[in-house]
Design a binder for this molecule. Structure first.
Ligand SMILES: [Zn+2]
Length: 430
């Protein structure tokens, strides 16, 4: 196992590793994780033996390719075998994934691992430019956030406003709290704006942090034209904690590469949709995640950030693996490809593309004011040309689009997409 106390101290000091230190930290933690999982976690031991590998075969990050990629279904089916011998569920924390895939997974961590996770979150917030005295209001998460010593000291004070409260109550709470950092899921932001029209009448935050879902350009533009506010994107998951955070240079998200190893599965058919992310969590031993397919689609940025931080960069996540358009010929396409055409509609407030059948699409638009029929006809022509196959596309201008309770999706497919990536492209961060 890793030395929790020194790792916790390292993260709480807020130090970021230099590029020289980074590989050494990753390899040390990875070797400890692989050995521990082999010795103490029945599921991984069985898996490694079946793949014909021992911990000696995984001495560094580039050797990870010998370990089979793991799916959420496999880990769920493993049950208690996916946890280390002797793990006591009563003494630790169990969190559940959101279940947007339809099947939530219970994720266990020990109190020590939970402290590491929070320390990593504080380090990420600090380097992203959030200040210890900021008043942060989070609208989006439904997880209880545990208290921490830093919050007892009044640092990084964070208040939760549940997105399951009536919208008027959420608005009243945010107005009363007057955050200078508004941490909000795009779905929740859209719901608030739908009621009050502009963010300006709600609060005057210095920064808006978005996470959990992709921020579509329509929503981003709608807020930016209304007020001068900095947007920061954070990326994380229940299984791996904080994966990446955006710095003030806004050139991408810095990957916490000393705590997670990210790999991308090769999927050349979808060049503008990113690739499926495979994560190895270097801080979780009681329930390890080794080469675990998260279901998100991401893309690395192969250049350093001008801020000087050595942690590698990635683009904001592009959505989920199942957000894929499958055309009648079997060709796969990213639904994000329609965004540039929609950006031309300056009165667009919200949209959703639904693939009803392989050859039938419906695009719903919510508009602030009516637009000329010929503009809609042009849009339809552009989109059909983009799809490039004989399909039918209906464009419906509607008053509102029905939202899910917690997640809004700009693309819905009623067609089984398939398209699972088969080849892993890069075994290391850039
Ligand atoms: Zn940077």
């Amino acid at each position: 196992m890793i030395d929790y106390v020194s790792e916790l101290a390292r993260l709480l000091r807020g130090c970021l590793p230099s590029s020289d230190e980074l590989e050494a930290i990753r390899e040390r933690k990875l070797r400890a994780l692989i050995s521990y999982a082999y010795e103490h976690v029945p599921f991984y031991r069985t898996r490694f033996i079946a793949a014909g590998i021992t911990p000696d075969d995984v001495r560094g990050v580039s050797d990870l390719r010998h370990v089979p990629v793991l799916t959420r279904d496999e880990l769920r089916a493993a049950g208690a075998d996916g946890r280390a011998y002797g793990v006591d569920l009563a003494h630790g924390r169990v969190a559940r994934t959101s279940g947007s895939s339809g099947k939530p997974l219970a994720v266990f961590r020990t109190p020590g691992e939970d402290r590491l996770r929070r320390a990593l979150e504080f380090r990420s917030m600090r380097w992203a430019g959030l200040r210890p005295r900021d008043r942060i209001v989070n609208v989006g998460t439904t997880h209880a956030i545990p208290t921490s010593p830093l919050r007892y000291l009044g640092l990084y004070r964070l208040t939760l406003v549940s997105p399951s409260l009536p919208v008027d109550e959420q608005i009243a709470r945010v107005r009363q709290l007057q955050p200078n950092v508004l941490w909000i899921y795009p779905t929740a932001l859209r719901a608030l704006l739908g009621r009050i029209g502009s963010l300006r009448s709600l609060a005057h935050p210095r920064t808006i942090v978005t996470s959990a879902e992709p921020l579509d350009p329509v929503l981003h533009q709608r807020v930016s034209t209304d007020m001068d506010v900095e947007f920061l994107n954070f990326y994380g998951s229940v299984e791996s904690g904080r994966i990446a955070w955006e710095c003030a240079a806004h050139e991408g998200l810095h990957i916490n590469a000393d705590c997670v190893i990210l790999e991308l599965a090769g999927d050349t058919e979808l060049p503008d949709a990113g690739s499926s992310v495979i994560v190895t969590n270097l801080n979780s031993f009681a329930m390890p995640f080794i080469r675990y397919r998260l279901g998100d689609r991401c893309e690395f940025i192969q250049r350093p950030c001008s801020c000087g931080v050595a942690l590698p960069l990635m683009k904001p996540p592009r959505g989920r693996d199942w957000d894929v358009v499958k055309l009648p010929s079997g060709k796969l396409l990213s639904p994000w490809g329609i965004n540039p055409f929609l950006r031309e509609l300056d009165s667009l407030q919200q949209f959703r593309l639904t693939q009803e059948r392989s050859d039938y699409f419906v695009l719903q638009l919510v508009l602030a004011r009516p637009i000329a029929d010929h503009k809609l006809a042009t849009l339809r022509r552009q989109l059909l040309s983009h799809l490039g196959e004989p399909v039918t596309l209906d464009i419906d201008v509607v008053d509102a689009i029905e939202e899910g309770a917690l997640k809004f999706r700009t693309f819905i497919s009623k067609v089984a997409a398939g398209g699972a990536p088969t080849r892993v492209r890069a075994a290391q961060n850039p």
